[in-house]
Design a protein around this ligand. Structure first.
Ligand code: DLL
Length: 433
């Protein structure tokens, strides 16, 4: 076993005792240093000494993204500037960014999380790792980079973009691991095909470390089919560290959370009450030992479930379901609740369509218009009307069957929808609010 993986297997009793000990240090630290947290605790009538068992965490107030925006830039920072080593920011789509100052120790915890994920995927110091996540304020690039270096891998820090050059370097340097968003990998695969590069024949690629956006099991299967690599899932968020909060083991049915650093809860997003393991709800994290910007009960908005069963791999860290959706992603179309991931799963049931699509919503005076644009795979693309109509009907039937709606389906030629070097935006909602 790689020494980096040792904590993955600690006994559950040891793990729970460690979590409690860390929480009993963290909560007073946060209470003393972060006025917003202290105020909220006082309003709720709860004091740090009330944390006697792990269950008591539920008495403490939540933190949300809006708190980070309201307290921008440094209102939630708990360590003095002399201890801060790095800033990361996440822009979101609207409003002020959020800013997460980190100490050197925080960066080390985050690095360990990524390295433990990579070790779990079977990546070793013999691997050559291409990091095609964006470097900079986004945590993807530097997170994957530090994690791979910690494992002793050779790192190729290409960053995002310049796709043809990425493919050339991948071939020439014998890259075995690629780290990027799943949507960017699909784009890389299309460009490789155009250049006549076959991943299986012309590269040594074995692993993909994919995350930063929701991706369905169907997209995962497509990626593995077109490239022959193992597509691993890595989860995380800027507020809690970056990538490497959780990852999947060889059993691939969910993601082990590095609970010795990131304490998970699932809550009902409406009542805000904790839900037992096994029930789906909103994922909430408490960072157990980060000192720059510690988070107590941070509401991620990601929907998941903590699995009840112990994993066969022997790791004791709890497994969360893969994140297919965020509570704020849900679209209400003609009164029906729809997640973009459901549409993706329907589309991927039709072999003639490619994993490149857009969901467009607009409204007239009287009703919502719902359109899905999807690319047809090159081998199925034809200019005969009847050929395309058969594919269109197949797509429409798949969506009707699972989502219960009949959107306008527009099939478009391969390579015509926008691509992204980072997180892809697949929904354009121009309806009047
Ligand atoms: O996306 C960190 C990251 C970088 C994770 C690279 C994995 C790989 P943020 O930009 O703060 O941080 O966005 C965090 O992205 O709350 C989820 O909604 C989504 N997300 C991240 N990883 C996954 C994943 C980075 N594996 C937000 N599956 C999170 C589904 C993911 N969604």
């Amino acid at each position: 076993m790689n020494p980096i993986s040792k904590p993955d297997y600690m006994s559950i009793d040891e793990l729970r005792a460690l979590q409690l000990k860390k929480l009993q240090t963290l909560i007073p630290y946060e209470y003393e240093r972060v006025p917003l947290f202290r105020r909220r605790c006082d309003e709720a009538g709860v004091k740090p000494r009330d944390l006697v068992t792990l269950k008591d965490l539920a008495k403490f107030p939540f933190m949300k993204k809006t708190d980070l925006r309201d307290e921008y830039p440094l209102g939630l920072t708990a360590a003095p500037m002399s201890e801060i080593n790095r800033f990361h920011c996440s822009s979101g789509t609207t409003g002020k960014p959020i800013c997460i100052p980190q100490t050197a120790g925080d960066v080390a915890i985050w690095t360990e999380g990524v390295a433990r994920c990579m070790a779990m995927y079977g990546i070793t110091r013999d691997d050559v790792v291409q990091v095609s996540y964006g470097y900079g304020l986004f945590t993807g690039g530097l997170g994957a980079h530090y994690g791979a270096e910690k494992l002793g891998c050779a790192v190729l820090p290409t960053g995002a973009g310049n796709t043809e050059k990425q493919i050339m370097l991948m071939k020439d340097l014998g890259v075995t691991v690629i780290c990027c968003t799943p949507s960017y990998f699909l784009h890389l695969a299309t460009v490789a095909e155009k250049l006549g590069v076959d991943f299986r024949r012309d590269t040594k690629l074995k692993h993909g470390v994919f995350g930063a956006e929701p991706w369905t099991d169907e997209i995962r299967a497509r990626i593995e089919e077109i490239s022959g690599i193992a597509a691993h899932d890595i989860y995380g968020l800027t507020e809690i560290a970056g990538p490497g909060v959780a990852g999947n083991c060889e059993h691939s049915h969910g993601l082990h959370i590095w609970e010795d650093h990131f304490y998970p809860e699932i809550i009902d997003p409406d009542t805000l009450q904790p839900l037992p393991d096994g029930e789906e709800g909103e994922l909430v994290f408490t960072t157990l030992d980060r000192l720059g910007t510690p988070m107590v009960r941070y509401r991620t908005r990601d929907l998941s479930r903590l699995q009840v069963e112990q994993c066969k791999c022997g790791r004791t860290m709890r497994v969360m379901d893969r994140v297919h959706a965020r509570s704020d992603d849900m679209l209400i179309i003609h009164g029906v609740n729809v997640f973009p991931s459901q549409i993706e799963a329907c589309l991927m049931k039709v072999p003639e369509v490619a994993p490149h699509y857009m969901i467009e919503l607009s409204s007239t005076d009287t009703m919502d218009r719902f359109e899905i644009k999807v690319e047809v795979v090159a081998s199925a693309f034809t200019d005969t009307i009847s050929g395309m109509e058969a594919i269109r009907k197949h797509v429409a039937a798949s969506i009707k069957e699972i989502v219960g709606l009949s959107p306008k389906i527009t099939l478009v030629a391969p390579g015509t929808l926008p691509r992204s070097e980072g997180k892809i935006k697949r929904v354009i909602d121009n309806r009047r609010k």
